[in-house]
Design a protein around this ligand. Structure first.
Ligand code: ADP
Length: 600
């Protein structure tokens, strides 16, 4: 039972299937979504790590390149413009996305400007004019420059005009290593339209004279500075690894979160169901921050929609199951309805048959009654016929010629047969219609009585009387039963054999006695053992024996009216074994006796 519905009933099963189906489907879909989110989480974390590693590796590569160049520049005894051009030539081949170029920056105070200017003019930059910025007495001038972004070389500018680049140079000199500046707008970008200007970084590497032949061996010469446009850098570096799976924003913590340095935004929508991740990238002398936001391409579309697809499939299966149950239950209901209809029709049929049977019984009983009346009415004229025939036989018989005497004998015989038939018909009608007058009947007394009367009819028979019960019944009718059965046993004897009859009683069941009447006579063919109980039916082999075919029908009527049954089997030693049962009224048997004649 679920909530008062029996699951055996069709609506109960239907509701159960729908509830379980929807619940199961939802649970499966949720589990799939959970797994999906896990996968997206992992993919997001992986992609973030990849972006972080690539950015950090790229900056390291830029730094190493710059440091190598600085070492090469420092190793020159007397650095000429041509040498600088030769040393820095390989960076054209290096893939350095976002890099603007490399400059040699040298320090100079106000007083040193003319000397520095003429020194570098003599090194090959003939048109060099140092343009100090108004930031104080200390300046840092670009004296050599190799652009790699296609722009024209810039000489003579004072980098002090850019505090971010100045700070990075100071940090590099202090650390004797490459330093990355905070984000700023490049001096050279100042001429570009505003929307093309991007935030950039400067990478600065200190340059020390390392040639033993150099007059300034071991001293600080200046810096190699590389400009790096944040946007271009990020686009090329991230674009190749992240493609359209994530959007990346690069922040310089010193500028705060409001001003992103650069953004990689692929041309697909961001997937805001998964949060953006933040990663820190350590670059020389500082740290950058990256935020990585997954896009809808991070997981394949098929994987993302798995939960929805599973939910849909589950719902379709549930609906199909529900439809199946409905069909089955409808078919079952229809079948049950048909069974009900058939049952009603059957009952009607049985009822009709019972009515017909009842009517038939009534007709039969009327007919039997009618036959009884006719038989009764025929009795007195027949008595007169036999009386006069008898009288004629006695009086005129001796005077008649043999032919007429034979006629008279035939007339007498026919009348006698008719009397016997009328008697049997009357008995048959009586057995059917007479009210039962019950009393205690000792079947043994009854059997002795019958035998005493019957014994004169035939040759001395062998008679065995076993124990017989005392029963409750109609004495006259029960006498007729024994009389018919014993009479037949003594009548249907085999040619030349002595008549034999045994009457015995026994317990058939706790409520019934069984009485057997056994003979050694002609027997009854097996296939006729049932039909002999039908009125006017005689078995094969009984042709030479007188009879009307009514005796056993009378026996069956009487026994059945007493609540018993009747039948016949073959006697194992030859002959027949007729039996009938009667309800036990008195639970005791009379003592047995064996006799060779009816009197004994
Ligand atoms: P009937 O007046 O012919 O004896 P019953 O109704 O008494 O009529 O018997 C019906 C038939 O059953 C008989 O005609 C006979 O064929 C057969 N029958 C009855 N009793 C015996 C018996 N003891 N042995 C052999 N056949 C019998």
């Amino acid at each position: 039972m679920i909530g008062g519905w029996s699951v055996r009933s069709a609506p109960g099963a239907l509701v159960l299937v729908i509830v379980l189906g929807v619940a199961g489907t939802t649970m499966a879909a949720l589990a799939l979504r959970h797994a999906d989110e896990d996968r997206a989480d992992r993919a997001g974390a992986q992609q973030t790590m990849l972006v972080q590693q690539v950015v950090s590796a790229e900056i390291r590569r830029y730094s190493t390149t710059l440091a190598d160049l600085a070492a090469a520049v420092g190793s020159q005894a007397e650095l000429e413009s041509a040498e600088f051009t030769a040393i820095t030539a390989p960076i054209d081949q290096e893939r350095l996305p976002g890099a603007t170029g490399v400059s040699l920056v040298v320090p100079a105070t106000d007083a040193e400007i003319p000397a520095v200017q003429s020194y570098w003019r003599a090194r090959g930059i003939s048109g060099l004019t140092l343009a100090p910025a108004a930031t104080g007495p200390d300046h840092r001038f670009i004296v050599l420059n190799r652009p790699i972004d296609g722009s024209s070389p810039m000489y003579g500018r004072d980098v002090r005009a850019s505090p971010a680049a100045t700070d990075a140079m100071t940090a590099a000199r202090d650390a004797h290593a490459v330093a990355v500046s905070r984000a700023f707008r490049l001096l050279r970008d100042a001429q570009l339209p505003l929307r093309e200007q991007q935030l950039s970084f400067a990478l600065a590497a200190p340059v020390y004279a390392t040639s033993p032949d150099a007059p300034d061996n071991g001293r600080f010469r200046g810096w190699l500075v590389m400009g790096l446009r944040g946007g271009n850098f990020l686009h090329q570096v991230i674009g190749t690894v992240a493609r359209d799976t994530v959007a990346v924003t690069l922040y310089d913590p010193s500028l705060g979160r409001t001003t992103p340095v650069a953004t990689w935004q692929p041309n697909v929508a961001a997937d805001h169901s998964h949060p953006a991740r933040t990663a820190t990238v350590t670059v020389p002398q500082r740290a950058w921050e990256l935020t990585v936001q997954p896009t809808v391409r991070l997981l394949p579309a098929s994987a993302r929609d798995l939960d929805r697809i599973a939910w849909l499939i589950g719902l379709v299966i549930t609906a199909l199951l529900a439809a199946l149950i409905r069909t089955v239950s409808t078919a079952r209901d229809r079948a049950l309805k048909r069974v009900d209809e058939a049952t009603v029709a059957l009952r009607d049929d049985i009822h009709r048959r019972e009515e017909v049977e009842h009517q038939l019984r009534q007709r039969e009983s009327e007919l039997v009654g009618f036959a009884g009346v006719i038989a009764h009415d025929l009795r007195s004229p027949l008595a007169r016929i036999t009386g006069y025939a008898d009288f004629l036989r006695d009086e005129a018989g001796p005077r008649l010629d043999p032919v007429h005497r034979d006629f008279l004998e035939r007339l007498y015989g026919g009348a006698e047969r008719m009397r016997s038939l009328i008697d049997d018909l009357l008995d048959y009608a009586t057995a059917d219609n007479r009210e039962l007058t019950t009393a205690r009947v000792d079947l043994r007394d009854l059997a002795e009585d019958v035998l005493a009367e019957r014994v004169g009819d035939s040759v001395e028979p062998t008679v065995v009387l076993d124990r017989l019960p005392v029963v409750e019944g109609d004495p006259t009718l029960l006498r007729q039963v024994l009389d018919n059965l014993i009479g037949n046993a003594l009548k249907y004897i085999r040619n030349g054999a002595d008549p034999y009859v045994r009457v015995a009683g026994a317990d058939q069941s706790p409520d019934q006695w069984r009485i057997d009447v056994v003979d050694h006579g002609i027997g009854i063919p097996e296939e006729q053992r049932e039909t002999v109980f039908t009125a006017f039916t005689r078995a094969d082999g009984s042709a030479g024996y007188p009879g009307t075919g009514l005796g056993l029908a009378i026996v069956q009527r009487i026994v059945e009216r007493h609540g018993g049954t009747v039948g016949v089997t073959a006697n194992p030693g030859g002959g027949s074994r007729f039996w009938f049962t009667l309800p036990k009224a008195v639970h005791q048997l009379s003592p047995s006796a064996t006799a060779t004649s009816a009197s004994s």
